[in-house]
Design a protein around this ligand. Structure first.
Ligand code: PLP
Length: 418
């Protein structure tokens, strides 16, 4: 044994730095100035102007897309994207069974059906399973770049083309991640992103839709940005221009203070990602070959945004030590930010996806997952522990301490199963 006794049993803990160990987004003076300046200049922006236009322009140029529409949340962005893509009653959309529920839930509000498909051992959409679920009503497939690791976009693009499905993306974990050098969120017809608190790019609360498709853009506006924006941006001779005042009846605009925060953060995103890449590589190296811990596989085409570092926990390599007990010991070492994913889980395990009828009367006959389905999504969720990926040089000692805590507990696992 190369390490001191476990903190759980009275030994010295690896980490005694004060908590929290990870705070996101990093708030600097320029963020405070941007938000307070906005507070004074405008707290409601009904058309595409001011900080809303600035942020949308900056995002459009960051992604190299023609149009960006900001929204109040990522959930709203997904809702607008699906509505604008023409997904409606009876349409089926293939969604990976392991994701945050909001990738799928807006479909319920369009009368459409999320059709869950299993993921593979790496959390990527299992295309063999997805193929089995295609019907005459399947309209689209959604790519989710889980934990910021890009999906295999060669495979997904080919899949969507071959089966004549619209490719859409939920990039909420993956702002700035690339596949073959191309930013995720630019592969499909449209992409939705969250700008929620912990996301790689944060507005506190917010989201956006990105697309090159101008018709889809108009429909995003009509879905959640009624009146002034629609009146100013949809050409007067467009078929849908008469709907501008009411749109589709929903109001999902971003708050200008949130837009100001995201706009102040965006110029730093590339630096955040570069820092995270360095720290993630360091943590992966440190944990490589540690019994019970599998670091994520990375195809050479992928550059992740490292929303988190997901580690596969293999209890069979640690004398069957249950993950809960493992985490207890790691937390006792002071590595408090390591946890099991909470809300990002096998969707079929949420009541809304097996018995939605109690809340959504139109879905009383929604099939729900069979007990034997989505086995990989379930297994993966139950055996994934995630930790934050820091981005600053001065956080490297803390990142090292986290991997040291994991290694220490793995070394002492026999004492924990006794
Ligand atoms: C956060 C998130 C959402 C929802 O975004 P909100 O801004 O919280 O509404 C959707 N999909 C994924 C994958 C997310 O991580």
């Amino acid at each position: 044994m190369t390490t001191s006794p476990l903190a759980l049993f009275g030994g010295p803990s690896v980490i005694d730095a004060p908590r929290p160990h990870f705070v996101w987004p990093p708030i600097e003076n320029r963020d405070v100035e941007a938000v307070t300046g906005q507070l004074i200049s405008a707290v409601s922006i009904p058309e595409r102007s001011g900080v809303v236009a600035d942020l949308e322009d900056s995002l459009a140029s960051f992604f190299g897309v023609r149009h960006v529409v900001t929204t109040c949340t990522g959930t709203a962005a997904l809702h607008s994207m699906y509505a604008a893509a023409g997904i409606g009653p009876g349409d089926e959309v293939i969604v990976p069974a392991l994701t945050f529920h909001a990738t799928a839930t807006p479909l319920f509000h369009l009368g459409a059906r999320p059709v869950l498909a299993d993921v593979d051992e790496h959390g990527q959409l299992d295309l063999a399973d997805a193929i089995r679920r295609i019907t005459a009503r399947t309209k689209a497939v959604v790519a989710v770049h889980l934990w910021g690791v890009p999906e295999n976009m060669d495979a997904l693009t080919a899949f969507s083309t071959r089966h004549n499905l619209m490719l859409l993306e939920d990039g909420s974990h993956a702002h700035g991640a690339t596949w073959r050098g191309q930013r995720v969120g630019t592969f499909g017809r449209a992409a939705a992103f969250s700008l929620n608190g912990p996301k790689p790019l944060s507005a506190g609360e917010g989201g956006f839709v990105a697309t090159d498709d101008t018709e889809l853009y108009y429909r995003v506006l009509l879905h959640g940005q009624y009146n002034k924006r629609c009146r100013r941006e949809i050409p007067a001779d467009h078929d849908l221009a008469p709907y501008a005042i009411t749109g589709m009846g929903l109001k999902l605009r971003v708050h200008p203070l949130a837009a100001a925060l995201a706009n102040a953060q965006l110029p730093r995103l590339v630096g955040y990602l570069a820092g995270r890449e360095t720290v993630a590589a360091r943590m992966r190296r440190a944990l490589h070959g540690v019994p019970g811990i599998e670091v994520p596989r990375l195809p050479s085409q992928a550059r992740p945004a490292w929303y988190a570092l997901p580690l596969r926990y293999r209890p069979n390599q640690l004398a069957g030590l249950p993950v809960g007990r493992f985490l207890e010991a790691v937390h006792a070492e002071g590595a408090s930010e390591i946890d099991l994913p909470g809300s990002t889980r096998a969707l079929g395990d949420h009541p809304l996806f097996h018995t939605p009828g109690a809340l959504l009367p139109g879905y009383a006959d929604y099939p729900g997952p069979g007990a034997d389905s989505f086995t990989t999504a379930r297994r993966l969720h139950g055996s994934t522990v995630k930790l934050p990926v820091w981005h600053r040089d001065r956080d490297v000692p803390l990142a090292d301490a986290y991997t040291t805590a994991i290694i220490k507990v793995a070394e002492h696992h026999r004492e924990l199963v006794k």
